[in-house]
Design a protein around this ligand. Structure first.
Ligand SMILES: [Zn+2]
Length: 247
C-alpha cells in the first residue's frame, strides 16, 4: 500500500478514508545546523522518521512542510524563516484542508523546537473556528530523549541545536551528502542565555551555530540506532493518542 499522499490518486485517498482517519504531516525548518549539519537537517529528519512510522503503521504521510519558524538563525547564511504568523496561517490552512476531506486525526511530526508555539496557536485557531478532530504535535525526538540511548551514544553532549542525534539521522538518510565531509572535534561549552534571541544575539551567543551539542559525534551507525528508537517510541506515543475517541 502507498503511504505517501503525494503518490496517491484521489480515489485511493477516498478508499483510505473509509478505513482510517489519520494523516501524518512532517514539519521542519530551513536553517543552519553549524558547519557539521546541513541546512535541511530538521525537515530531512522529521520526514525520514514520519515516513518510517507511516510505513510501519500503515498511515498516510502528507508532503513535508520544509520551512519553519527560524528567525534566530537569520545571521547564518542559507537560513530561511517564516514569521510565526505566516507559519500559523499555513498550518491552519493545511489542517482545514484535511478536516474538509474527513481526516479526524492530523498529527504533525515535528523536527524543530522553534515551530512548537506557532503550531499550538494554529491548533487553537482551528478549534476556535470549529474544526473537528484531534490535532497533535509530536517532535520526533521526544520519545528518544526519554530513553537512555542519547546518553549512551553521545554522553550528555547532544545539546539542543545541531545535535549529533539529528545529524546522525541525516547522515543515514542522505549518505551521499556526507560522503566528502570530515568532522573535526571542538570544545563544547554552553554559555547561560535568555530566550528567545534575535538573529544578532544568537550569532553573538553561539558563534558557530551549535547549542551545547558535540555535533562531531554524529555517524551513520548512530543514525541507524537513533532512527530505530525514535520510530519505536513515536509509534507508541501515536498509538496511545489514537485510542482517544474523536467526538
Ligand atoms: Zn535541528
Amino acid at each position: 500500500m502507498h503511504t505517501l499522499l503525494e503518490n496517491m490518486s484521489f480515489p485511493e485517498v477516498e478508499d483510505y478514508l473509509k478505513e482510517k482517519d489519520t494523516v501524518l504531516v512532517p514539519v521542519g525548518s530551513v536553517e543552519q545546523h553549524s558547519e557539521y549539519g546541513v541546512i535541511g537537517t530538521d525537515f530531512i529528519a522529521a520526514e525520514g522518521v514520519a515516513r518510517e512510522v507511516g510505513q510501519k503503521m500503515g498511515l498516510m504521510v502528507a508532503p513535508t512542510i520544509h520551512y519553519g519558524v527560524s528567525p534566530h538563525h537569520m545571521d547564518f547564511a542559507g537560513s530561511v524563516t517564516l514569521s510565526p504568523i505566516t507559519f500559523l496561517h499555513l498550518i491552519v490552512d493545511i489542517c482545514c484542508s484535511f478536516i474538509r476531506h474527513g481526516f479526524s486525526r492530523i498529527f504533525f511530526i515535528n523536527g524543530h523546537g522553534g515551530n512548537k508555539n506557532a503550531l499550538a496557536s494554529a491548533f487553537q485557531q482551528v478549534k476556535m473556528d470549529g474544526g473537528r478532530g484531534q490535532l497533535e504535535l509530536f517532535s520526533w525526538y521526544d520519545g528518544l530523549k526519554e530513553t537512555e540511548i542519547v546518553r549512551e551514544l553521545f554522553q550528555d553532549q547532544d545539546g539542543s541545536h545541531a545535535t549529533p542525534s539529528e545529524i546522525s539521522l541525516t547522515m543515514l538518510l542522505r549518505p551521499a551528502v556526507f560522503a566528502e565531509r570530515a568532522f573535526e572535534d571542538k570544545q563544547n561549552e554552553t554559555p547561560d542565555y535568555y530566550w528567545p534571541l534575535t538573529a544578532e544575539e544568537m550569532r553573538g551567543t553561539f558563534p558557530d551555530g551549535r547549542m551545547g551539542a558535540s555535533s562531531w559525534l554524529a555517524s551513520v551507525e548512530k543514525g541507524r540506532l537513533v532512527m530505530t528508537v525514535a520510530v519505536e517510541t513515536l509509534i507508541e506515543k501515536i498509538e496511545k493518542r489514537q485510542s482517544i475517541p474523536v467526538l
